[in-house]
Design a binder for this molecule. Structure first.
Ligand SMILES: Nc1ncnc2c1ncn2[C@@H]1O[C@H](COP(=O)(O)OP(=O)(O)OP(=O)(O)O)[C@@H](O)[C@H]1O
Ligand SMILES: [Mg+2]
Length: 382
């Protein structure tokens, strides 16, 4: 999958940006605070995912403006598609999303259209951060392969909100505890499906991460990922997800329901899952060095790209924000080798820190505008 055209205006500090990306490498160059990350973010939001910076939608519009618009054309093996994301500050419904000329209710449909993977310095949080960060990574990556997963997650979240509100009502004596059963049955169904999908994805990514991490560490270190379900034991996943799994999940929920009522929150289920990441047998979160943590995060994203490419017979679009220049030559080469056939947008304040074989279109950005666009495909940078 490649982006064939991008047009961005009024997104943060960006204005009048319009270009035809290189089908391979696009190198966005400029000093700090000129709009490099903004350019990636403006394209990224068309993937239906929340901003990789965790920023709020209202901040997308330029502080001194009233309207932002980000448009792209995308081509995969089947067809060309067009996505437009527009926001007008003063409008009654500020956000308008159009896919191939058809207005969309939200960003959900885009998730199935524009598949991309962003590598950002904050990726280390997948290793170092709370269990939620790891769950989100796995959920997002698995959803890219099978968008129905998003529906299960959304349903489970909605059920949890309802259940937690009910728990408070029960504790205060305003709601009957009998109602809980209906919600627990539904939570058991969605939660089981999510557990099985997480288990499958972690098993797959574990295999690939093992191989990639061995290579990146010169064959000296082992990276392992293990899915620790809050409900199921590893052997339970030997049988397909069905009535037996729903019943087990439901019984587990019932076991902690008294405690849940007392505390007003749910202590059983996929919301308590952990994905344990180990380097050479010990927790990377607790014991990993900075270099190990960075490499592990990088390898996990590369593994995500590899799984996607194999399963979907198409490549995701890759965004590398301030990542390449930070890596030594060997590591850059290792990354480049895996993503070399994909379309890549990378930012760097210093293009001379990049490997000479990374050639493509150079977009120079200054104060939110492209000041120069050059193709360096045929000329090697010295
Ligand atoms: N809503 C907004 N309206 C106007 N300007 C904004 C808005 N949000 C961010 N900016 C500006 O965008 C600039 C930052 O852009 P960006 O994060 O893309 O920089 P960058 O080129 O990636 O820099 P670095 O190399 O430091 O990462 C800042 O000058 C900031 O003030
Ligand atoms: Mg930046």
């Amino acid at each position: 999958m490649i982006v064939t055209y991008a047009d961005i205006d009024g997104f943060r500090n960006l204005s009048g940006i319009s270009f035809e990306p290189d089908p391979k490498y696009n190198i966005i160059v400029g000093p700090n605070a000129q709009g490099k990350t903004n350019l990636l973010e403006a394209m990224w939001i068309l993937s239906g995912c929340r901003s990789f910076r965790g920023s709020k939608e209202k901040d997308f519009i330029c502080l001194t403006g009233n309207r932002m618009c980000s448009k792209i054309k995308l081509r995969d093996s089947v067809r060309e598609q067009k996505i437009i994301y527009e926001m007008i500050k003063s409008a009654a419904s500020p956000k308008q999303i159009t896919l191939n000329g058809v207005k969309q209710k939200g960003t959900r449909a885009l998730f199935d259209v524009f598949k991309c993977i962003a590598f950002i310095p904050d990726d280390v949080e997948i290793i170092k951060g709370s269990p939620e960060k790891r769950r989100n990574f796995v959920d997002m990556a698995a959803s890219q392969l099978n968008p129905v997963f998003v529906v299960h997650i959304a349903k489970h979240n909605a059920i949890m909100n309802q259940r937690n509100a009910l728990l408070k009502g029960i504790m205060q004596g305003t709601t009957s505890p009998d109602i809980l059963e209906i919600w627990d049955r539904q939570a058991a169904h969605e939660g089981s499906v999510i557990s099985y999908m997480r288990n499958e994805y972690v098993a797959k990514i574990n295999e690939i991460c093992g191989r990639l991490y061995r290579t990146i560490s010169g064959g000296e270190e082992e990276l392992e990922l293990e899915y620790r379900s809050n409900v199921f034991r590893a052997e339970d996943f030997g049988t397909p997800c069905g009535n037996e799994a729903y019943e087990r999940y439901y019984q587990k929920l019932r076991e902690t329901s008294d405690y849940d009522i007392r505390t007003g929150s749910t202590h059983t289920g996929v919301n308590r899952d952990e994905i344990v990441i180990r380097i050479n047998g010990v927790s990377a979160r607790d014991f990993g060095s900075q270099g190990q943590v960075k490499s592990a995060a990088l390898v996990m994203k590369l593994a995500q790209a590899e799984i996607f490419t194999k399963r979907c017979k198409d490549s995701p679009v890759i965004f590398l924000d301030d990542v390449m220049g930070e890596l030594d030559e060997n590591r850059q080469r290792f990354v480049f080798d895996i993503i070399k056939d994909m379309q890549v947008f990378l930012t760097t304040p210093n293009e001379s820190a990049l490997l000479p074989e990374i050639k493509g279109k150079i977009l120079r950005i200054s104060e939110g505008r492209i000041t120069e666009e050059t193709d360096n495909v045929s000329s090697y940078r010295e």
